[in-house]
Ligand binder design. Sequence first.
Ligand SMILES: [Mn+2]
Length: 236
Amino acid sequence: MQCDVAALSDVGHKRSNNEDCFGYDLAKKLFVVCDGMGGLAAGEIASRTAVDHLLTHYSRGGSGTMAMEDSLHEAILSSNMAVWAASQTGPHVRGMGTTLVAACLDQSRIVIGNVGDSRAYFLRDGACAQITQDHSVEAERRRLGLQEDAASLRQFITRAVGVAESVQPDFFTAEVGPGDSILLTTDGLTRYADAGKIALEVNRHASVAEACAGLIEIAKSEGAEDNVTCLLLRLL
Ligand SMILES: [Mn+2]
């Protein structure tokens, strides 16, 4: 299946550096967005390391959806080891980590893998739905039916790539067809735009590049307290 892709990242209005990172490989049909964390430049190193490593180490073995999920799983575990190993090289990078949301495609199916609170959304026929579940204190308490405590908890993520020797991604699989779109994005957008707002913005634009720019503009018009990144994929 052929696809159009566009991606944009913006430092936002409050941060001095951009710890978000994206990458894709159209030949492998692999797309990824990461949001790094750690002191000084460590967050940037973590997210860049994870993106680069995933793109390099993802290779489809076998055929079928399970093989695609297995390949993505292996590549995420490998990225985790790369960030973890890098974090052991000195005090300036100790404890660094990153969220990761990745999508890979074959002829008719998409597999999404995620760690942390960067998200994948699925858009079809003008509607938009969140696919991934955040690994954050706030989201996990809500899933347990507990009262939402405070926005102050929102920033705490419960899983990240590179903070330990092992990591547990979640996976989601869907049948996809021409006209469907997938958005990979960081919390720098999702704190300002829910699925309805994302659908409205994406549907306003004919091109994926303009839609990405429009989504970034929503975050910037709302204050853009964090880095914001969008990767939008449209199936042809
Ligand atoms: Mn962020």
